[in-house]
Design a protein around this ligand. Sequence first.
Ligand code: 1CP
Length: 353
Amino acid sequence: MSHVQSGTLTRGPSTLFLDTLDGSVADKPPIWLMRQAGRYLPEYREMRATAPSFLDFCYNPKLASEATLQPIRRFGFDAAILFSDILVIPDALGQTVSFETGHGPRLDPLIDAADVDQLHAEIDMNRLSPVLETVTRAKAMLGPATPLIGFCGAPWTVASYMIAGRGTPDQAPARLFAYRHPDLFQRLIDRLVDASVTYLTAQVSAGVDAIQIFDSWAGVLPTLEYERWCLRPVQTLVTRLRVACPTIRIIAFPRATGRQLIQAADGQVSALGLDTSVDVEWANRVMPHNLTLQGNLDPLALVAGGEGLDHAITRILKGFAGRPHVFNLGHGILPETPIAHVEHLVARVRAGL
Ligand code: 1CP
């Protein structure tokens, strides 16, 4: 077991997942799945039915820590991810957020300057204290063998929900807003960077071992807008988080950004999450050799199972053999995914090539 000391923070015991984020190459990669806690698990659905709303569930440390542990107990993944949502940040900035079953999130959309200026200047960490308690509880339940991943949404992705007030196919409302009111949109992004730094620093203090920044909607922007609204704010966030937490491992997931993924490999992040569309051979060739790559099985291949799934797993294992790689999906697991297919995937990855 290694304990790396840097600044005032001590790193915990080494594990396959954390060592891989640090650049070690193993003969079999560690595996966890984006959105691994949640609706495809019957035990989650049963527990979820006991809470009045999804946000109540997220702010209940007992339920949320149990949901964090469920996929670990069932599948023995190499890392757990905190059970929460990216939209707790707008909630803690004073925007009204709710989740309607079957319809996804609903927020009071931000329409003009008055709406943006009405948000709290600083994130209300009292509101988020149950999430930090979930981290403490989940860490104690997991023990030292399974690291815990904390997360937030990237400023652009979170802003896109704050402006649309709901999920959309292409985040058109936020793109229109950013073209029409760039200065106002910049103010919103800056506020989200500040809020995310505060929130992630608190997650690290509470005990998470790594952070993933979900930029799920990075791929809908043209080049220059991607640089302005995604790349630079995430770089600022990461730089500031590293001042507060010098040793924290950070995974960036700028989904569907194609060749611009190369820009995200900026030497500051520990790993880059690859979405389903990224070609394994291309990524292996163009990405710095010591950079850990995470991904990128198509969630639909996991739903389908059979030979298609086996081919896809083999291609990823082969493609990333010899470089630091964390096996994962290219986006979140789908609610209709059969449990048996997840069991098969874990067994295949554990068996190696
Ligand atoms: O009633 C329910 O069970 C609600 C379903 C649900 C769940 C289980 C939502 C609503 N969020 C979550 C949990 C969640 N969300 C986690 C916890 C860990 C885990 O499940 O393993 C995480 C990491 C997220 C992150 C998240 N939320 C993202 C980024 C990742 C991604 O999939 O792109 C996004 C975009 C959201 C917003 C959100 N929250 C919930 C839904 C249905 C959505 C998507 C809305 C949309 O665009 O239509």
